[in-house]
Design a protein around this ligand. Sequence first.
Ligand SMILES: [Fe+2]
Length: 224
Amino acid sequence: MNIDSPTMPYNFADLEPAISRDTLVFHFLRHQRVCFDRMLAMVRGTELESLGLVELIRVTERNPAQHTLYRYAAEVYNHTLYWNSMRPRGGGPATGLVGEHLRERFGTHERFVREFTDAASAHFGSGWLWVVSRAGTVEILTTSNAGTPLVRGDVPLLALDLWEHAYYLDHQNRRSAYINAFLEELVNWETANRVLAELDAGAELRPAGRRAASDSVLRAGGGL
Ligand SMILES: [Fe+2]
C-alpha cells in the first residue's frame, strides 16, 4: 500500500475556540480515519494496491463500479488538505504568491472574502469549498458530497469542509459563523503557496504520477 495513514498537522485542541477539540477528534477519527480504513480494505490484495492516493482517486472516478471506493479515497484526500488549510493563529488576508493571484483575480481581499463566503453559504447540503489553481489563475468552486476538483484537472490549493460534522458541535446550524472563523482565524495560506511554488517549478499534476503537487502537500501535511 502506497498511502500512509492520515495524521493531523497540529494538536486537536490547537484550533480552539474556532474549532473545538471535540469536533476535530470526532472529525479525524470518526470520519477521515473510517474512510481510510474502508479504502484500505477495498484495495488490499487488488491491482489498485500499488497506486498513490491521487492516482487511486482518478482511476476509480472513471469507473462507476468503483465509485464507493472513489468516495472513500477522495474523502481521505479532501480531509488532509482541509487539515492543512488551517493552522493555529491563522486567518487574515492572503500572503505571498497566492495573495498576488487572488488580487489579480478578485481585486481586493474584501471581494475575495465576499465571493468565498457567498459560495460556501449558498452550497446546498454536504460538500466542499475549494480555492483551486486553473490555467494560471485561481478560482473558487464547490463540490458536493465527496467530490474533489482533482478529477477535473484543477489543482486544489485550499479546502473548506462544508459537511455539518465539520461545524455543528461548535456553531450548530450557523455555517456563516464557521466560514467567518475559517477566514479570520484559521486559514493557512502557506499551504496554497507551497502548491503554487511547486507548480511554478514545473511540478505538473500528472494523472498517473505519484509525485504530483497535491501528493506532496499530502505528505507535508501528515504523511499520506
Ligand atoms: Fe468532513
